[in-house]
Design a protein around this ligand. Structure first.
Ligand code: GLA
Length: 728
């Protein structure tokens, strides 16, 4: 059993294989945080709630209740009554006043884990996960909060979410409902977050923490290119192997906040949830609101261990696709090959050449529908343009299949172009503020997915196409962020629900898709990698990482992404040079090696690239098949980081049984008059005897990890090597 309750001490103890999480109840029923960290055996220790210290608890000293509330390490703090730190729950009553106070009522411990209605959520069997539900109440409001903690012992993960029910008689307005809070004593923590932009997603940022609030967030209706729903607090000595890490990741694809607040008493409050700006949820009597799930990982062995916990967790308990433990077909996508300028003939020419070189699937990207020859029209008109695709879509798919390739297709179902038949018929289907000019982005508006008829239409457009031909893969794109929030159907006092209702609508559509087409390989995408989050992983086993496919830029993007997400989920392709995002030319071989740390595919006109490059494709496809089981299911180790040393990058994947490993080394910049570089492998079995494929000699894992492996200097910049280590 991973969850225990001690009636005497009124303490909850949550154990994973290597961590313990402790909470305690005060005599009045406040639920306080006691400890999170390395596993401890002993229960005891209610004293850690510090109830003997000033300012005591309210029943002893009601006069100073505010100083209690502003100091006590709350598991789920509420706003309005005297805790001046960031709250997790703000509730306004019918008189217009904001205040709530949650006190313990009861709890249940059960095996397994219930789903979250309408939301993506991790799952596991009764042997894999246990759940604690603590019911707290505010008697005045008649409001009940159920705090849910699920313990995944093997992955050292605890997930949290919250259910708020209105059991009173008046309407309540939820102005803020976060999912998780962690109140700890400050230990000179630094914070690690991910930041970026289009074509520069998820670069790692580490900074010290000062007094006050520091956060990352999104207010764009999606998780976004710029900041990421992830936050880790680390002790200052933290490296890949050492140091303590407290990480939170949010299973949600809309607005979020991830914040660390250093308080006057040198405590740190870490919170995560739906951004409260432009959020207000009307909760009528009898209604319930469910907050999305937050995933918590504690590691006492640095960032590397944190990464491997997240990877195992997402692979085992978040991704549902039948593809999660399967090789994905090597695809070729025509976006960078043709952009909008294509027709059946061009696609078939690409398909034939692709087949001849071992590629397994053709993906037809943007531009096949309506009259879309540029990015300025037709979103919403999901009918094939027969001027381009002569004979129709089913005929194209038939011909591609006949060549011997599977077929995949691109959609952007959430959008509507002002220049579309759909918009001319239903201008009110676009999210907009009545009477105000709507803001365009990439010449498009966003469909109001809070409306069922809009979702039904958009879903049917996709499903109709998929029913019409054997289509094996869908790239679901989303190329603009939300603005001008207004829905023609929502009541004025529900307009601030639109951001969240939009995300719920999106989830509902994707759920329908994977239910109706269970074998479909779905890849989510958003202007590159703007919606790469655990929420989307629930529906698609892979997500397009970035529109930047340059091998050097990808090192940073993939390092940041792989810090949390399994590399089997990272959409990565070999594209043509000079690269379309940065104009850089890198060797074809290096592009292949870098894309191998992902789903692997091509994004180029195979009929036009040089014969030398083309000749490498069959070899690269064979390499993908050789290594994919290892890459998809192995343990990931970060060895060196180009983003920090500005010279070279190195990472590896080690099979779970430690019998095989693949290390990728990229020498970004060459140096004159320089000797071989010593690389310290990680994750091997120190006792086992290994050999390096293609080289003489055997070495124990101990030698390769401690004395290292010498990589000879490679001639030129942007050179890469794969080092395949196998059991001797
Ligand atoms: C986005 C995607 C690209 C491509 C284009 C098509 O930018 O990230 O891969 O599909 O849209 O418009």
């Amino acid at each position: 059993m991973g969850i225990h309750y001690d009636d005497n001490g009124r303490m909850f103890k949550l154990d994973t294989d290597h961590t313990t999480y402790l909470m305690g109840l005060t005599p009045e029923g406040y639920l306080g945080h006691v400890y999170y960290g390395k596993k401890i055996k002993q229960f005891g220790g209610a004293y850690r709630l510090r109830m003997q210290e000033a300012p005591f608890t309210p029943s002893v000293n009601k006069r100073e209740k505010s100083s209690f509330l502003d100091f006590f390490p709350m598991e789920y703090p509420t706003g309005g009554i005297g805790d001046y730190r960031e709250s997790c729950l703000n509730v306004r009553n019918e008189q217009g006043c904001m205040g709530a106070e949650l006190l313990y009522v009861s709890h249940v411990i059960e095996k397994g884990k219930p789903g979250l209605p309408g939301l993506p959520a991790s799952f596991g069997s009764e042997d894999e996960v246990e759940t604690l539900r603590i019911v707290c109440r505010d008697e005045i409001l008649g409001l009940e909060a159920e705090l849910m903690y699920s313990v995944f012992a093997a992955e050292d993960v605890i997930t949290r979410s919250v259910k708020i029910s209105n059991q009173g008689r008046e309407n309540l307005r939820l102005e803020k409902v976060y999912s998780a809070c962690l109140d700890m004593d400050h230990r000179d923590f630094e914070m690690i977050t991910l930041h970026g932009s289009w074509a520069r997603e998820r670069h790692i940022q580490r900074r010290s923490i000062g007094y006050g609030k520091q956060m990352v967030s999104s207010f764009k209706g999606e998780s976004g290119h710029q900041e990421h729903p992830f936050l880790a607090l680390v002790t200052p000595d933290t490296t890949q192997e050492h140091g303590e890490v407290y990480a939170m990741n949010f299973v949600y694809s809309g607005n979020f906040i991830a914040q660390a607040e250093l308080t006057q008493f040198h405590q740190i409050r870490m919170v995560m949830g739906i951004h409260s700006e432009e959020f207000c949820w009307k909760l009528a009597p009898g209604e319930t609101f469910v907050a999305p799930e937050a995933v918590m990982v504690y590691s006492s062995e640095g960032l590397g261990k944190m990464t491997r916990s997240f990877h195992d967790f997402y692979r085992n308990h978040m991704i549902r696709s039948p593809y999660k433990y399967k090789s994905r077909p090597v695809l070729i996508n025509n976006w960078e090959a043709t952009y909008f300028d294509f027709n059946t003939e061009k696609l078939l020419a690409i398909a034939r050449e692709a087949k001849a070189n071992g590629i397994e699937m053709l993906v037809m990207d943007d531009g096949w529908f309506g009259k879309r020859n540029l990015d300025d029209s037709s979103l919403g008109d999901w009918e094939v343009n027969e001027e381009k695709i002569t004979g129709g879509l089913a005929e194209l798919v038939r011909q591609v299949n006949e060549i011997g390739l599977q077929f995949g297709i691109w959609f952007e179902p959430e959008m509507i172009s002002p220049d579309s038949n759909l918009y001319r018929r239903h201008p009110d289907w676009a999210i907009q503020i009545q009477g105000r000019e709507n803001t365009q982005s990439r010449a498009q508006y966003v469909l109001d997915l809070s409306r069922k008829e809009v979702r039904d239409y958009a879903y049917e457009c996709v499903a109709k196409i998929l029913r019409s031909a054997p289509i094996a893969y869908v790239k679901w794109d989303m190329n603009r962020q939300l603005s001008n929030l207004g829905s023609a159907k929502l009541e004025p006092d529900r307009q601030q629900e639109l951001f969240h209702r939009y995300v719920l609508g999106l989830y509902e559509m994707q759920e329908r898709l994977v239910t109706e087409f269970p074998d479909l390989l779905l890849e989510n995408c958003s202007g590159g990698g703007a919606r790469f989050d655990p929420g989307m992983l629930y529906y698609s086993p892979q997500i397009w990482c970035s529109d930047d496919t340059d091998a050097v830029e990808r090192l940073r993007i993939q390092e940041g992404t792989a810090m949390i997400y399994p590399i089997s989920a990272m959409g990565a392709h070999v594209s043509d040079c000079p690269n379309h995002a940065v104009g850089r030319t890198t060797p074809f071989e290096t592009r292949g090696h870098v894309a191998l740390a992902g789903t692997f595919g091509y994004e180029l006109d195979i009929t036009k690239i040089s014969p030398e490059d083309r000749a490498q494709i069959p070899e690269q496809v064979a390499m993908y098949h050789k290594y994919n089981d290892l890459v998809r299911e192995g343990d990931y180790y970060r060895i060196a980081s180009y983003s920090r040393n500005h010279m070279f990058d190195c990472y590896g994947v080690v099979r779970k049984d430690k019998e095989e490993a693949l290390f990728t080394y990229v020498q970004v910049m060459n140096r004159p008059n320089y000797h071989s570089r010593r690389i310290f492998f990680k994750g091997l079995d120190p006792e086992k005897l290994y050999q390096i494929e293609g080289e003489e000699g055997t070495y124990t894992g101990d030698v390769l990890m401690k004395a290292g492996y010498l990589v000879q200097n490679l001639w030129g910049d942007y050179k890469a090597r794969l080092i395949h280590v196998v059991k001797a």
